[in-house]
Write a protein that binds this ligand. Sequence first.
Ligand SMILES: Nc1ncnc2c1ncn2[C@@H]1O[C@H](COP(=O)(O)OP(=O)(O)OP(=O)(O)O)[C@@H](O)[C@H]1O
Ligand SMILES: [Mg+2]
Length: 209
Amino acid sequence: MPRSNALFISLEGIDGSGKSTQARRLADWLTAQGRDAVLTREPGGAPGAEEIRHLLVQGDPERWSPETEILLFTAARRDHLERTIRPALEAGRDVVTDRFADSTRVYQGATRGDLRALVDTIHSAAIATEPDLTLILDMDPEIALTRGLARNSGEDRFEDFGLPFQQKLRAGFQALAAEQPHRCHLIDADTTPDAITQAIIARVTRHLR
Ligand SMILES: Nc1ncnc2c1ncn2[C@@H]1O[C@H](COP(=O)(O)OP(=O)(O)OP(=O)(O)O)[C@@H](O)[C@H]1O
Ligand SMILES: [Mg+2]
């Protein structure tokens, strides 16, 4: 079988850092290059996974224990992988996902650092897949939080944990980029949408094959 040139790309970063905006722009750019790109998101990205999303992003911040939350995220991710990501990659389509497993690693690390080992164990057992390229939108949480809450989306369960939590998340994403430098790249997101898109395109261009 010929090797597929399809790319699996995730966008990560704190709440309000511009992931959804940039994921859409990246998928549009890939399509404009004559590639076939699927834009998707987590939690969600498949019908069953979207149902699980509602359980995760709405309601009281303390609604789930950290352990339960990891299992819900992983159940949604497995469905996303089976129904959306793998079929697309196998058909030679690029996949751009707005969040993937790094969000679970970093969010759980920020709430309960001792659960990172559990996250990794469950990930290897149930998901065992990493993106080819992960772009981490890095910026000041204070500015990002204003952007996110301004939207009043009704999906603010994580934003509602507040600024110190977002600062921990930023540090977590930065640590991940240092840990996995071949896959994860920090992108300065404290600038205009166009400048961020250009930085992303420059990085993705190096991975196109
Ligand atoms: N570079 C930017 N400068 C200013 N505002 C921006 C920029 N990028 C996105 N925004 C605006 O900030 C808000 C958050 O952006 P976006 O939804 O893309 O972030 P996100 O990372 O997906 O957020 P969330 O984590 O809450 O899903 C939106 O209202 C968007 O229009
Ligand atoms: Mg978003």
